[in-house]
Design a protein around this ligand. Structure first.
Ligand code: NAP
Length: 302
């Protein structure tokens, strides 16, 4: 039996593993896909103390190696259920079942979709949720980014370096993302802002070839011909498998305060999947430290 199972190998989960190992606890990190979480797709992190610039991939790899060197075990299997029998938590994956005294949920979040007809079918054929993964396919072509948060602004900046033309489509006329990024974008000659507008139709033959955009203020409809559409309209928490055990808020986030305690004894939560005011790399790693410290206290008091 492990002392702690961490579910999710993003910055929150891997930091929790580091803190738990430094407290001499045995740790298993379960991850469905690969280490790194959402930040692995960020081309350039500029707001994490210590270094002015680092790619999300390099950052994630360093944290992964740090956790492994300290003795955290990583298994790449998706946790689908947590069972509790007399205080022993069993985390079930499609292949195995692992036991622990405490569990830290650090499952992060997944891409929010626009909900348009054929959106899923056109992924890989012109529709993408990751500019750093797919941007290169659209070199010297025309693309649009949808959204007004930091991801959309950073994606548009990244694509503006590669593509002939970038439309930035936002449903309001002011951005949720950082002003500095919005100002940088405004200085780019190949970026056109389409404010107060929603993408209302994807027009495709074999691949996406145009989008229909509707202005929310006057209802006018415009067709934009393009090669790629990058959807960056936020994320939704990935808690579906654990919602019957821990309490979620109306948006699906696990309810917990800064101490990272869920309502369920021995289950803690860290990172983007927790109810919180600011979802950033630095707050995710802070949560990882807190959740692990609280889990260690819990185990020591058993
Ligand atoms: P976000 O901040 O939640 O922004 C989502 C954007 O999409 C908002 O502008 C929202 O519009 C728009 N939106 C939501 N649903 C929509 C829909 N159905 N149709 C059209 N537009 C829709 O998401 P995010 O940009 O992915 O960022 C998530 C978190 O990660 C944020 O806290 C962000 O600061 C952080 N982040 C940080 C960095 C960094 O620090 N380098 C990089 C990326 C992300 P409204 O504004 O009208 O609601």
């Amino acid at each position: 039996m492990y002392d702690i199972i961490v579910i999710g190998a993003g910055p929150a989960g891997m930091t929790a593993a580091i803190y738990a190992r430094r407290a001499s606890k045995t740790v298993l990190v379960l991850e469905a896909v690969t280490y790194g979480g959402q930040i692995i797709n960020t081309p350039d992190i500029e707001n994490y103390p210590v270094t002015a610039h680092i790619s999300g991939f390099d950052f994630s790899t360093k944290v992964y190696e740090q956790a492994k060197d300290l003795g955290a075990e990583f298994v790449f299997e998706k946790a689908v259920e947590i069972r509790d029998e007399n205080g022993v938590k069993t985390v079930v994956t499609p292949k195995n079942a692992y036991e622990a005294k405490a569990v830290i949920l650090a499952t992060g979040s997944e891409n929010r979709k626009l909900g348009l007809e054929n959106e899923d079918a056109l992924v890989g054929r012109g529709v993408s949720y990751c500019a750093t993964c797919d941007g290169n396919f659209f070199r010297k072509k025309t693309v649009a980014v949808v959204g007004g948060g930091n991801t959309a602004l950073e994606d548009a900046l990244y694509l503006a370096d590669l593509c002939e033309k970038v439309y930035l489509i936002h449903r309001r006329d002011s951005f949720r993302g950082e002003e500095a990024n919005a100002e940088r974008l405004k200085a780019r000659e190949n970026v056109e802002f389409v404010y107060n507008s929603n993408v209302t139709r994807l027009i495709a033959e074999k691949r996406l070839k145009a989008i229909e955009v509707t202005n929310r203020l006057d209802g006018s409809v415009r067709t934009i011909e393009l090669n790629g559409l990058f959807i960056a309209v936020g994320r939704v928490p990935e808690n579906q498998n654990f919602g019957s055990l821990v309490k979620l808020d109306e948006s699906g986030y696990v309810i917990a305060g800064e101490d990272c305690h869920t309502n369920y004894e021995g289950i803690f939560v860290a990172g983007d999947t927790r109810t919180k005011a600011l979802r950033q790399l630095v707050t995710a790693t802070a949560d990882g430290a807190m959740a692990a410290t609280e889990a260690v206290k819990y185990i020591n008091n058993l």
